[in-house]
Design a protein around this ligand. Sequence first.
Ligand code: 13P
Length: 247
Amino acid sequence: MKKKLIAGNWKMNGSLAANEALIKTLLAGLQTPACQVALCVPAIYLAQCQTLLSASSIDLGSQDVSEHELGAFTGEISSAMLREFGVRYALVGHSERRQYHLESDAAVALKAQRALAGGVTPIVCVGETLAEREAGRTEDVVRRQLAAVIHSNGHCISEIVVAYEPVWAIGTGKTATTDQAQQVHAVLRAQLNAASPLADRIQILYGGSMNAANAAQLLAQPDIDGGLVGGASLKAADFLSIIASVH
Ligand code: 13P
């Protein structure tokens, strides 16, 4: 059976001092975890975190990756550059990137492709807004977002990680119910299975106000293979207890 993955997304939080304190507390409290663990940190701290996490079982992730290979793309960071800093995962298409940086489905698909080509595993984020959910369009939206990535990645699709993050649940304290989350995960699972015979190995994470109190129930759902954790990943005790809720 595939392992679950608990990935923290620090978003634009942290400082040299805070990162060191957080990672040292995490490493001190992390017994042999039953799951994979990763931290997606701001790009400027990748070098620091690579050092702090070396010789640990926690993998390093970035929060974005360029859709281009190299060249005149000011401000962008390529998958090859990420690899140089030991980065295993890159978030792509997080809703905050889609919303504030106008990343389209096509751009997200290219980023996933470029990450894979560079040896970085993309964590492809999909999710509907509250308006889309209320209009009954949840399944259409997440299927459309994932279809773009499937279309441009072909059989490599089995190498990605998917994260379902309902936009209305992000940072709001309004977690999706286990039924709501499982229902969408089942849709995504079926879509992936139809796209590749190897899709069973793909982990589908849930993200959106996951915390120490609700993690165990969410992670017990048949199609929820882990969590993408924002706010609670900034508090060592909370993140450790989410990790500990994986059996
Ligand atoms: P919160 O856990 O803070 O709701 O954030 C979820 C998220 O966006 C992780 O990528």
